[in-house]
Design a protein around this ligand. Structure first.
Ligand code: 7TS
Length: 427
């Protein structure tokens, strides 16, 4: 069987002459959205946790396993060469996607969490010492918090934090006393998974560099939703996860400047990451292979290429415009309900579409369970950001998070269901 051509694979979105953002046609590309959940049309509002996958990505996984499957960088046979080419193609694509960096600077991991752990363990292990300071923010996801706390404990270093303004932005009033010449690293979320806030990464990068520090931006929430150019941001490390941007689970990306990667020791060791091995010594392969020990998630990486193509076909600028419009609509609609509080900035141009809210009378878990009975998937809890929850004075929030396949009808369904749950609880 021959491989389908690129044209054969084009999702419905690419219909003839289509240049706009047509949510209905996008929805049609996501088979999971056709199902009913608990007897209702599925309204998926949990994309900040994991996005759904278009048919093109599902087909790519199928095609990989039915036509290419083999290990990469090893076998001198046709399938292995095809698998290697497809895997490396996604590396090149990922490099283009974040602003045209060198493919060798793209390291595949199993997710954003592992990418950040890689930096903490490898770069941090080598460069953080007693009394050094690591600056993070009060709104970090645990993935960009726990690795730094553990590293600081191990190295007797200090974790400092940038506090928040009442509307959930970074409070930079005292920033000159937080990022100082003692700072070795600033690690900041590009977009918060709870507040939606887009952080001033470029400004923090300038400040970090002025003080001789490096900066890591956790792009797990930003990369799916807005154009990202790591060189323009001026960061040293950038991390993200494929599964939050229409791609398969088990694939993450770490980008870092080549000279940094070359100076860093390996993270995992074993097959594929070596140049020469004896019982006495081991020398490492060049980057990126030095950081990719063992057999990676080949199928996932290969299919991630289709996810990136899908996003690019819509256009990251258009995706951001859609997010601003729909987030604005959602915030306005939710705020029409009294006794409902939204966390984070209310201006949609300052934020993404992860909208956390609390109802004065109903616990977020009850709200979420009720919504689920109406086919509406949201997340409730601390969203892996316990220090942030403490700063907000909340135990938990409900969170509706939006993506390319959501529209105003989804928001209306959410608001109607919240009204229903209020009448159900008699509040
Ligand atoms: N950083 C941020 C800002 C995130 O939102 C998440 C996951 C991660 C890192 C970790 O990504 P992973 O792919 O390695 O797990 N955020 C969420 C969430 O908000 N709900 O579920 C996972």
């Amino acid at each position: 069987m021959s491989m389908p051509s690129d044209t054969d694979r084009k999702p419905a979105l690419f219909g003839s002459g289509d240049t706009g953002f047509d949510v209905n046609r996008i929805k049609a590309d996501f088979p999971i959205l056709r199902q009913k959940v608990n007897g209702h049309r599925l309204v998926y509002l949990d994309s900040a946790a994991s996005s759904q996958k278009p048919q093109a990505v599902i087909d790519a996984l199928d095609r990989y396993y039915s036509q290419i499957n083999a290990n990469i960088h090893r076998g001198l046979h046709t399938l292995s060469e095809k698998a290697t080419a497809a895997y490396e193609n996604t590396r090149e694509h990922s490099a283009r996607f974040i602003g045209g960096v060198k493919p060798e600077e793209i390291i595949f991991t199993n997710g954003a969490t592992e990418a950040i752990n890689l930096v903490a363990s490898s770069w941090g292990g080598q460069n953080i010492g007693e009394g050094d300071e690591i600056v993070i923010t009060e709104m970090e996801h645990h993935a960009n918090l726990v690795p730094w706390v553990i590293l600081a404990q191990r190295k007797k270093a200090v974790v400092k934090r940038i506090p928040l303004t009442p509307d959930g932005q970074l409070d930079l009033t005292d920033i000159e006393n937080i990022v100082t010449p003692r700072t070795k690293l600033v690690a900041v979320g590009h977009m918060s998974n709870v507040l939606g806030t887009i952080n001033p990464v470029q400004r923090l990068a300038e400040l970090a560099h002025k003080n001789g520090a490096l900066i890591l931006a956790d792009g797990a929430q930003a990369a799916p939703h807005m154009p990202v150019d790591v060189k323009q941001l001026g960061v040293d490390f950038y991390t993200f996860s494929a599964h939050k941007m229409l791609g398969p689970t088990g694939v993450g990306v770490l980008w870092a400047r080549q000279e940094l990667l070359e100076a860093m020791p390996p993270y995992n060791t074993g097959g594929e990451m070596i140049r020469e091995v004896s019982f006495e010594t081991v020398t490492w392969a060049d980057v990126p292979h030095k950081f990719e020990a063992g057999t990676p998630n080949i199928a996932g990486v290969v299919a991630f290429h289709e996810a990136l193509s899908y996003l690019e076909a819509i256009g990251m600028d258009k995706i951001r415009e859609h997010a601003i419009a729909l987030t604005g609509y959602a915030i306005d609609s939710l705020l029409k309900l009294d006794r409902l509080e939204i966390q984070g900035p209310l201006d949609p141009t300052l934020r993404g579409g992860a909208i956390s809210f609390t109802d004065a009378d109903i616990h977020p878990h009850d709200l979420s369970t009720f919504l689920d009975s109406r086919g509406i998937a949201i997340r409730a809890g601390h969203h892996c950001a316990q220090p942030l929850m403490r700063a907000l004075g909340k135990v938990a929030t409900a969170r509706a998070s939006l993506y390319v396949y959501n529209d105003e009808a989804d928001i209306d369904a959410l608001v109607d269901a919240i009204k229903q749950v209020r009448s159900y609880f008699g509040v």
